[in-house]
Write a protein that binds this ligand. Structure first.
Ligand code: DGJ
Length: 695
C-alpha cells in the first residue's frame, strides 16, 4: 500500500493528535490534525491514506503543505521560506532529513540542503496539561543570506472548516474579531507597525460555520512575538488550506541564523471556549513568571492627575484608594525630567526635583505606610527631541531623521548595546534607590521601521532587568493593548488591556481578549464617572463589576466619588478580594447569548466546584423580557445552588417575581445548561452577577 518510504511522528494527548509524515526524507507534513486518535492507529496507514489524487491540468504530484512548503517542489501557494543569497539570487532549497531527537515533550527534526549549505530545524512540543502545541522553526546558513520570510511550522486546516476569526482593532477598541469565510486565495496580514499593535493581535481561529463559544470545532493559533507579524491563511486552488505565521516580512537583517517566535496552536471540539481555555491556562501556568499572588487590587493615577503631580494630592489619592481596598499604587507618566506634558523628557529617567524636591521617598513612604505596594511608569524605548538624552545622542534614534513623529516622540534603537546599557543604568538606579515593586512599561507609538532586532533588543533589556530585580512585576502597556502577546508575557506579568476605562467598551474588549488571556493577567480598572475616552457617563455598579471580572483596579480620582459610590465600590472590591483566590485561576467561558445586547461569561473554578456568571446588558434589548442565560461546562447530573450576588440592584420597574430576585435557585447542571437561568428585568448598562456552588 505504501509506495514511498515514509517516516512518521505523532504528537498527541487525550485532546488532540498531530501526525507528521516525511516521504522520501522530505520535509514533514501534517497528515492528520484533529481529535485524539485511538491507541494503535497506524500512522503509516494514515500517511498513505492522505495521499491525494492527480488529474488534468495539474503537475504530476501534489506538493506537500509541509512544515515549510517549498518553492522547489512546485508548491503553488505561499512558500514557507523566501530567501536570497548575498548577491540577491533567490534560494530554493530542497531539504532532506538529517536527524531527529526526542525533546522533553516533543521532538526536534533537522533537515538540510547540502548544496546550499542550509539547515532547517523544527522544534515541536505539546505541553502536557494545557494541550498547546508550541512550534518553532530555525534556519542556519553557512553563508550570509537575506531571509525575507520564514514561517513558524506550517499547519494545514481541513476543508470542512469554512471560517476564520481574525483580529483587528484600534486604540480603545482592542481585540475586535472578524469572522470571514475561507475563499480561494491567500488572506495575508502583514503587520508593519513594528509592535504587536492594537490592530493586529497575532491570533487566528479557524472553525466551522456552526462553531459557537460552547460548541463545535476550532483550530486556534497565536504567534508569540511583539515585533509585528505576518499571517497567511490560504486556500489553494485544489482546496487544501494552510496557515502560516512568522515575523513581519523583511524584518530580518542579513545573517546566518534565523529563528521564528513560537507559534502556539491547538485543536478543540468544545467550541471557542475549548481553545480559549487552553491559551488562558497555558499563559497563566507555563508562560507568566513571578506574578504576585494573590493579585493585588491596583490603583493607577493616570486619569486622576495626568502630568500634574503634586505630592500632597497624590498622598491623599493614595489614602483614599487604600480606603476603597487598593493594595498597589502606580505613579504614572509625569514624575521624571521636566515632563509637564507629552512633548518632553522621554529618555531622562531622573526624578523631577521641581515636583519631588525630596525624591520619591516621601510619597513611597506614605504609600507603604498604607500597606500598598508602589509602582512606577516608564516608557524606556522612546525619546523626545526635547530631552537631555536626545541632545546628547541624536544618533541613537531608530529610522530616518525626517520621519513622522508619533505623540511627539522618536524611538530609540534597541539593537544598540549602548542604548540598552543607558536604559538599564537609568531604570536600575530608580529601582535601587526606591522601594518599587512594579513597573508599568509603556510604548506609545508605532515604529518607523520594521526590524526584528528592535524587539530582540527590548527582550534583552527586559530579561536583564527581570534577572536583576526578580521581585519587580512588569505590566505591558502600549497606549493600552498595543503590545499583548505571549512573547512580551514571557517577561511581564500583566497587560494594560486598553486605554478605554469605559465599562461598556471594556465588556466587549475583555470578552474577546479572553479567547487568549486569563483574568489574572488582564488589567481592568474602574474609571471616572464621565469616561475620559468615550465621553459616556456610567454608573459605579457597572464600572465596578466590569473591573471585578479581571485583575481589578481603579483609575478614577477617588476624590470624585460620592459617599454612595465609594460604598458600592468598597463592597464590590471586597467581594473581589474574597473570590480572587479561585477566580484568578478560573477558566473564563464565554457564554452564547441569544440576546445580542447581552455579553455574558462564566468563570468556572479549576475543580468545577463553583462559578461566577457576569451578564452585562450593554444596551436596551429588542425584546421586552430577558432571555434565559444558558451556562456551560457544568456536570449535568450535579446540583448547583445559584445566588444573585447583586439582587438589590433590581430596579423598581422589575415588577415580577423571578425566583432569583428573592431566593437562591437550586437545580441541575443539565437545566442550567439547556434551559438556562431566568434573570430579573433590569436597566441597560448593568451587570447581573450570579454565584454558583456545586452541592
Ligand atoms: C498611554 C497609557 O496607555 C496610559 O495608561 C498612560 O500610561 C499614558 N500612556 C501615559 O503617557
Amino acid at each position: 500500500m505504501i509506495s514511498q518510504p515514509v517516516k512518521t511522528w505523532h504528537l498527541g494527548d487525550r485532546h488532540q493528535s498531530l501526525v507528521l509524515a516525511s516521504f522520501d526524507n522530505r520535509l514533514p507534513e501534517a497528515v492528520y490534525w484533529g481529535p485524539a486518535l485511538p491507541t494503535g492507529e497506524s500512522t503509516e496507514t494514515l500517511s498513505a491514506a492522505a495521499k491525494l489524487d492527480v488529474t488534468g491540468g495539474m503537475v504530476d504530484e501534489n506538493a506537500a503543505i509541509s512544515l515549510c512548503p517549498e518553492a522547489s517542489q512546485t508548491f503553488s501557494g505561499q512558500a514557507g521560506l523566501a530567501a536570497r543569497s548575498r548577491d540577491g539570487n533567490p534560494l530554493a532549497p530542497a531539504f532532506r532529513l538529517e536527524s531527529e531527537a526526542a525533546s522533553e515533550h516533543g521532538l526536534t527534526l533537522v533537515f538540510a540542503d547540502k548544496t546550499l549549505n542550509l539547515t532547517l530545524v523544527f522544534d515541536l512540543t505539546l505541553t502536557p496539561g494545557t494541550s498547546l502545541l508550541k512550534l518553532q522553526t530555525r534556519l542556519e546558513s553557512a553563508d550570509v543570506i537575506q531571509v525575507d520570510w520564514l514561517a513558524a511550522p506550517v499547519l494545514p486546516v481541513p476543508a470542512h472548516t469554512g471560517e476564520m476569526i481574525e483580529f483587528s482593532g484600534r486604540w480603545c477598541a482592542e481585540f475586535l474579531t472578524n469572522r470571514l469565510p475561507f475563499a480561494p486565495g491567500a488572506r495575508v496580514r502583514d503587520n508593519r507597525t513594528g509592535r504587536t499593535d492594537h490592530a493586529h493581535f497575532p491570533g487566528l481561529i479557524v472553525c466551522n460555520r456552526a462553531t459557537t463559544n460552547t460548541q463545535g470545532e476550532a483550530y486556534a493559533f497565536h504567534y508569540g512575538w511583539s515585533g509585528g507579524h505576518r499571517m497567511v491563511a490560504e486556500e489553494l486552488a485544489d482546496g487544501r488550506r494552510q496557515v502560516q505565521f512568522g515575523h513581519a516580512s523583511g524584518s530580518e537583517a542579513a545573517g546566518c541564523h534565523f529563528v521564528t517566535a513560537p507559534l502556539y496552536a491547538t485543536y478543540s471540539q468544545d467550541g471557542l471556549n475549548g481553545t480559549a481555555v487552553r491559551f488562558q491556562r497555558h499563559l497563566r501556568d507555563s508562560i507568566i513568571e513571578g506574578a504576585r499572588a494573590p493579585r493585588p487590587v491596583h490603583y493607577n493615577c493616570w486619569e486622576a492627575v495626568y502630568f500634574d503631580h503634586k505630592i500632597d494630592e497624590l498622598k491623599e489619592i493614595a489614602s483614599r484608594a487604600a480606603g476603597l481596598g487598593a493594595e498597589r499604587f502606580v505613579l504614572d507618566d509625569g514624575w521624571f525630567g521636566r515632563r509637564d506634558d507629552d512633548t518632553s523628557s522621554l529618555g531622562d529617567w531622573v526624578i523631577d526635583a521641581r515636583k519631588y524636591p525630596d525624591g520619591l521617598t516621601p510619597l513611597i513612604d506614605h504609600v507603604k505606610s498604607l500597606g500598598l505596594e508602589f509602582g512606577i511608569w516608564f516608557e524606556p524605548e522612546m525619546v523626545n527631541e526635547n530631552s537631555e538624552l536626545y541632545r546628547a545622542h541624536p544618533d541613537w534614534v531608530l529610522g530616518p531623521a525626517d520621519q513622522i513623529r508619533g505623540r511627539q516622540q522618536l524611538v530609540l534603537n534597541m539593537a544598540r548595546e549602548d542604548v540598552r546599557a543607558y536604559l538599564h543604568a537609568q531604570i536600575a538606579a530608580v529601582l535601587k534607590d526606591n522601594d518599587i515593586g512594579y513597573i508599568k512599561w509603556d510604548h506609545n507609538r508605532v515604529l518607523p521601521v520594521v526590524e526584528a532586532a528592535q524587539t530582540e533588543g527590548l527582550y534583552r533589556l527586559l530579561d536583564q532587568l527581570r534577572a536583576e530585580f526578580p521581585q519587580v512585576e512588569i505590566e505591558s502597556c502600549s497606549s493600552g493593548g498595543g503590545r499583548i502577546d505571549f512573547g512580551i508575557l514571557e517577561r511581564t506579568q500583566r497587560v494594560w488591556l486598553s486605554d478605554s476605562n469605559d465599562a461598556l467598551e471594556r465588556q466587549r474588549i475583555q470578552h474577546d481578549a479572553a479567547l487568549f488571556l486569563p483574568a489574572s493577567v488582564t488589567g481592568s480598572h474602574v474609571g471616572p464617572r464621565h469616561c475620559h475616552t468615550s465621553g459616556r457617563t456610567l454608573d459605579i455598579r457597572i464600572r465596578a463589576w466590569t473591573a471585578a471580572q479581571r485583575h481589578m483596579g481603579f483609575e478614577m480620582d477617588p476624590r470624585e466619588l460620592t459617599g454612595e459610590e465609594a460604598e458600592i465600590l468598597q463592597k464590590v472590591t471586597s467581594w473581589w478580594k474574597d473570590n480572587r483566590g479561585w477566580m484568578m485561576r478560573a477558566d473564563i467561558l464565554r457564554l452564547d447569548s441569544s440576546d445580542p445586547a447581552v455579553i455574558a461569561e462564566q468563570q468556572l473554578a479549576e475543580d468545577g466546584s463553583r462559578f461566577a456568571v457576569f451578564a452585562a446588558l450593554t444596551r436596551p434589548s429588542d425584546q421586552i423580557l430577558p432571555h434565559p442565560v444558558r451556562l456551560t461546562g457544568l456536570d449535568p447530573a450535579a446540583t448547583y445552588r445559584l445566588t444573585l450576588a447583586n439582587r438589590d440592584d433590581a430596579p423598581r420597574l422589575s415588577r415580577g417575581t423571578p425566583l432569583l430576585k428573592t431566593q437562591d435557585l437550586q437545580t441541575s447542571g443539565q437545566y442550567l445548561m439547556s434551559h438556562g437561568v431566568t434573570l430579573p428585568w433590569r436597566f441597560p448598562e448593568t451587570v447581573w452577577v450570579l454565584e454558583g456552588h456545586r452541592i
